[in-house]
Design a protein around this ligand. Structure first.
Ligand SMILES: [Zn+2]
Length: 134
């Protein structure tokens, strides 16, 4: 199913082509990252200037409005919006730590998790946020 991902701040489409594009920073480093729009696919393309290691936590931003995509309830995660052609809409929460594969697709009805680190890293706060969604 084709998913459209968007910035929660300015609503710009983040996957205009086959990849999802975000700005990434770590300390003084600045670059872009391309993610697969397919849940559970963690193959990402990073700007070659970036010198990052597994286990490092990066900051992610909308490439258009520069909104910080950090998830306020649990800042281990970044948050973007998604919707589908069938009218489903919700949020995607994913780990900001390199190599930590944890992604959640959250709608009013369900939470679907992807990645081997997903179950361990979820918190009660995280589920609490669910009531405020939509
Ligand atoms: Zn934006």
């Amino acid at each position: 199913m084709k998913r459209n991902y968007f910035c929660p701040q300015c609503n710009v489409t983040l996957n205009p082509s086959t990849k999802l594009i975000l700005r990434v920073t770590k300390g003084t480093q600045n670059g872009l990252v391309l993610f697969s729009p397919q849940p559970g696919n963690y193959n990402a393309i990073w700007s070659p200037e970036l010198r990052l290691s597994q286990g490092e936590r990066v900051s992610l931003f909308c490439p258009v409005c520069q909104a910080d995509l950090r998830f306020e309830t649990d800042d281990r995660f970044a948050r973007i919006g998604f919707n589908t052609a069938s009218g489903m809409t919700g949020q995607v929460l994913f780990s900001r730590t390199l190599g930590e594969h944890a992604t959640y697709f959250v709608t009013k009805e369900t939470i679907r998790s992807y990645g081997e680190a997903a179950s361990q890293s979820i918190s009660l706060n995280f589920f609490g946020e669910r009531r405020d969604l939509g």
